[in-house]
Design a protein around this ligand. Structure first.
Ligand code: C6P
Length: 417
């Protein structure tokens, strides 16, 4: 009866249907059906994305923006179509505001080295938060070393939420940039980024949002948020690895110096002088990840076809279902209990190292991530070296949440004192 109920649950039925789009989900691991709950690290890819890459290589592989021949024209059209799709997906004002990069990490480094290096000087301040991924800390530390600027940090409360009162107090006449994550990869917290942007803008300070964990789990409208930069990776959005997006407001991108030099980012080159191409090409030096960009365009279409309403409702229902079941495990502590959360459950189990949790779960076919999640300052804040993290995507089901919880009980059995 219990199983029957769950199979008939509306959200789960939908997820069962979406699952059929993902060939890898039929895989067995350690002789058990794969329960893939490491979606915050990378999501699986629907067949449409896999086929789009293969079709490009099999039927129209050519470089973009360079050739006059038919294949190059077709590849260029597909590449630029993907830019227009991404523009609509995040509601940018123009497709020229969409810069293709390698991923979130490269997008943030681009802003730090191009925008930051040309504008910051000794004594200036950059505001980050305590829950940032290393990708949104280290590039700013490097910039501080280069310019003499310094970092100011918004603290996180016990629930895993940003302390906005302190953020407001940190904003001052020396603040030059705010860079915060939209959603925390280690806690799942959805930050009130619209208010964060508003407060910064009152002082004329631009804001970069790290959208790596938000882009596949909450609808993103860069114009409504009014953020100045938004960074994300395709591979966390059901797209390929090695490609991502930097959204930037046109006036800012136009005023920024080039980041890397090379082909395609120039208008003319002589040994005396180089003039640069227009935005976004100024920031896309060298042959890009053409197949990846095309795959990203298809991933965006895929998520669009499902729609955020259905996707968010399913992931939230799954989170509400799994949270109390997991919290009930004796000795288990969930880290990150924000009021607004995506489907991320980070936890520690008394007397068991998270890596051991990960290994035993793997033996049950349950894939999670164990470690510091590239958020060492946040781990320190919660007094742990690491956590075990299960993260949901649109294709996960209540039966899989049950498999997670059952496997965690097994961990307890193995480690019982
Ligand atoms: N977080 C995780 O398991 P890249 O590697 O460039 O695609 O994304 C970096 C990144 C930046 N910001 C946030 C909030 C992220 O979560 C990530 C990637 C993965 O949590 C891998 S460490």
């Amino acid at each position: 009866m219990k199983l029957f109920d769950r199979l008939l649950h509306h959200d789960d039925l939908q997820a069962q249907f979406w699952r059929t789009d993902f060939p890898i989900l039929k895989t067995r691991v350690q002789g058990k059906p794969l329960v893939y709950l490491d979606n915050a690290a990378t999501t699986q890819k629907p067949l449409a994305v896999i086929e789009a890459e293969s079709e490009y290589y099999g039927n129209y592989n050519a470089n973009v923006h360079r050739g006059v021949h038919a294949l190059s024209a077709r590849a260029t059209e597909a590449y630029e179509d993907a830019r227009a799709k991404v523009q609509r997906f995040v509601n940018a004002a123009s497709s020229d505001e969409i810069v293709f990069v390698r991923g979130t990490t490269e997008a943030i480094n681009l802003v730090a080295q191009s925008y930051g290096r040309s504008r910051l000087q000794a004594g200036d301040e950059i505001i980050l938060s305590q829950m940032e991924h290393h990708s949104n800390i280290v590039p700013w530390q490097m910039l501080c070393q280069q310019t003499g600027a310094r970092l100011r940090i918004i603290p996180v409360n016990d629930q895993g939420e940003l302390q906005l009162g302190i953020y407001e107090a940190l904003l001052n006449e020396r603040t030059r940039l705010v860079a915060v994550t939209h959603v925390s990869n280690a806690l799942g917290t959805i930050n009130p980024v619209k208010s964060i942007v508003e407060l910064a803008h009152r002082r004329g300070v631009p804001v970069l949002l790290d959208g790596a964990q938000a882009i596949a789990h909450v609808p993103v409208d860069v114009q409504a948020l009014d953020c100045d930069f938004y960074a994300f990776s395709a591979h966390k959005l059901y797209g390929p690895t090695g490609v991502g997006v930097l959204y930037g407001k046109m006036a800012l991108l136009e005023a920024m110096p080039a980041y890397q030099g090379g082909g395609d980012m120039i208008r003319s080159v002589s040994f005396e002088e180089t003039t640069y191409n227009t935005v976004p090409y100024k920031f896309e030096a060298g042959t890009p990840n053409i197949a990846g960009v095309i795959g990203l365009g298809v991933a965006v279409d895929y998520v669009g076809s499902i729609g955020f309403e259905a996707l968010v409702s399913h992931e939230q229902a799954l989170l509400s279902y799994a949270t109390p079941l997991l919290a009930d495990v004796p000795g288990l502590r969930i880290i990150g209990n924000a009021r607004e959360k995506t489907g991320i459950l980070s936890f520690v189990l008394e007397g068991v190292h998270p890596h051991d949790i990960g290994t035993i779960l793997d033996g049950e076919g349950v894939a999670i991530r164990a470690g510091h999640h590239c958020t060492m300052p946040l781990m320190e804040r919660f007094g742990v070296a690491a956590t075990a993290r299960a993260s949901f995507a649109l294709y996960n089901t209540r039966l899989e949440a049950d498999a997670l919880v059952a496997a965690v009980y097994k961990v307890r059995e193995v480690f019982k004192p």
